[in-house]
Ligand binder design. Sequence first.
Ligand SMILES: [Zn+2]
Length: 221
Amino acid sequence: MSQDLDELFSKNRDWAAAQEKRQPGFFTRLLGQQTPQYLWIGCADSRVPANELVGLLPGELFVHRNVANLVVHTDLNALSVIQFAVDGLKVQHIIVVGHSQCGGVKAALAGARLGLVDNWLRHVQDVRDQHAALLEKIPEALRVDALVELNVLEQARNVCHTTVVKDAWGRGQSVVVHGWVYGLHNGLLQDLRITAAGPDDVMPAYQKGLERVARRYLAEE
Ligand SMILES: [Zn+2]
């Protein structure tokens, strides 16, 4: 095994020992069950470590990550995660988290050709094309971050439109969908306030979210 990977095992042993020292019995308690309150749907980017940046321990956050934090209606992977989180774990909150200067969003905006991933990023390009009129009015230097936010709004809305979430709301189960953005430059989360706790919240929250993005980015012209 290479030196680099040895280091990972060594760090892992240190981490497990420190965790057990802080909270004796930590790992054996988790063996019994996981009861996370939150499902995090974020970007695969290595600079956005889900648990770490909200200070949550193993067992406290259910996580799904992919390039550009997409929720595609036919993606069985994401849909299965959402179903297990809602039906099995009964999470209270589903949070779609984008991040500033997202490489996937940047590539989609520019129409870069990177290979297989272009097909995945086509979904972000659909968001770009849907909001082309707004994006054109935003100064070029700010467009990536504006599209990051627009993408979060669309993906949060996609979560609301899944059969899993619609069925949960239909039977009166409490699940709130949110859209946040993480700032790579300062490590801070920002709530885009597309917050939906039921089917009637979805369109108004989405519309208001859109208006806020437009106001914020056009004001900086
Ligand atoms: Zn990203």
